[in-house]
Design a protein around this ligand. Structure first.
Ligand SMILES: [Zn+2]
Length: 364
């Protein structure tokens, strides 16, 4: 991979800056650009932007960012670095590249993982015939702890409470599956999947055929940050563990990097309503390979503590208070660490993953 990338320069300080730089880079490459505004969003300047470069009958590389709002700071930087690399080195005419910028523009602009309806969009892509109902039993048990209606203070004893719950729920991994897998019963709770398909979700669903054109082959990298070891990353698959494509993923991205979400092991956890799962299901006529690339930041319990606190303050606290500002800052740090080393290393890895995807796309 090109080692001349000056990684720090690709990170933007805000959603607005990230969007402007993304669009400018796309214009510089004569990309076809589509802009969508979710109707549930009050601010008209918050949009999902799609840039398409190349002939859509060719194999397609899709790179998406910001499904989890705040995680878009990282995903957008990777997209920008790749776009600028294309400009410098010339566009590969054998493939088409589709960039989806900020699937959840509200969360990106307002430093939340969830959208304007408190929905985790990566729990909102349920199959079209499935009801948005239900929650894991353990989540219902834990609701009082996970979603306190009085914002937690400094004497919260989070780690004592969580340790008790880990024991009660059969270990950290099963607690993670129960909490993060998605729930459809507590609209102000964390990891809420919504009461119906959200506007952002419908924008993706309704326009995806247009973006893909006549292609028969797709490799899709959906960029995320959070779970996993800091500075490292995993390739999380929405396909069943017995997928015939297992070998291809391991060969493409490396044996040790690939995990199946359905296994509920390692970095992975079982979740419902994942965007990639929906896309693979509805584009069965296309050879559609989907990988969520998850770049690790902080340990899982620290993340849970920060997500829970920010969510509780957002719904039940005083949003003008210093304590709320601190909760938001902590959330940003959790999904977009300020560390120069983290940013450098993760951006390089992000580009490496896309490079691997492009290479494999040609031989799919
Ligand atoms: Zn994510």
């Amino acid at each position: 991979m090109d080692s001349t990338y000056n990684t720090s320069g690709y990170y933007s300080a805000s959603y607005k800056e990230a969007k402007e730089r993304f669009l400018q880079a796309a214009v510089d490459l004569n990309a076809q650009i589509y802009t969508y505004h979710p109707e549930t969003l009050a601010q008209p300047d918050l949009t999902i932007d799609v840039a398409i470069i190349g002939d859509r009958s060719k194999p397609v590389l899709v790179v998406s960012s910001g499904v989890h709002g705040v995680e878009g700071f990282f995903g957008s930087a990777v997209q920008l670095a790749w776009l600028e690399g294309m400009r410098r080195k010339g566009v590969d005419k054998n493939i088409c590249t589709v960039f989806i910028h900020a699937v959840n523009p509200f969360g990106f602009a307002n430093i939340r993982r969830v959208n304007e309806e408190n929905v985790d969009l990566n729990r909102n892509f349920l199959p079209d015939n499935q009801c948005y109902r239900g929650a894991p039993d353990s989540y219902e048990d834990l609701n009082g702890f996970l979603n306190p209606e009085v914002p937690p203070g400094n004497m919260d004893l989070f780690f004592v409470k969580v340790a008790t719950n880990i024991l009660k729920h059969g270990g950290l991994q099963s607690l993670k599956n129960a909490v993060a897998g998605g729930q459809y019963e507590f609209p102000k709770g964390i990891f809420y999947g919504g009461a119906a398909a959200c506007d952002s979700t419908n924008i993706i669903k309704e326009n995806y055929s247009l973006w893909l054109g006549e292609t028969e082959k797709v490799v899709h990298i959906d960029l995320h940050t959070g779970l996993g070891q800091s500075g490292d990353y995993k390739i999380l698959l929405a396909e069943p563990e017995k997928s015939p494509n297992k070998k291809w993923y391991k060969k493409t991205f490396g044996k040790k990097k690939v995990e199946f979400l359905a296994s509920g092991k390692g970095t992975a956890y079982k979740a419902s309503g994942i965007m990639g799962e929906w896309l693979q299901h509805y584009f069965q006529h296309v050879d559609y390979r989907f990988a969520a690339a998850e770049f690790g930041t902080y340990p899982v319990l620290k993340m849970l503590k920060v997500i829970r606190r920010e969510n509780s303050f957002f719904h039940f606290g005083d949003r003008s208070s210093e304590a709320y500002k601190k909760a938001v800052e902590d959330l940003k740090e959790c999904f977009f660490p300020a560390s120069f080393e983290w940013r450098r290393k993760s951006l390089h890895s992000g580009l490496e993953v896309i490079y691997q995807a492009v290479k494999a796309l040609k031989y799919l």
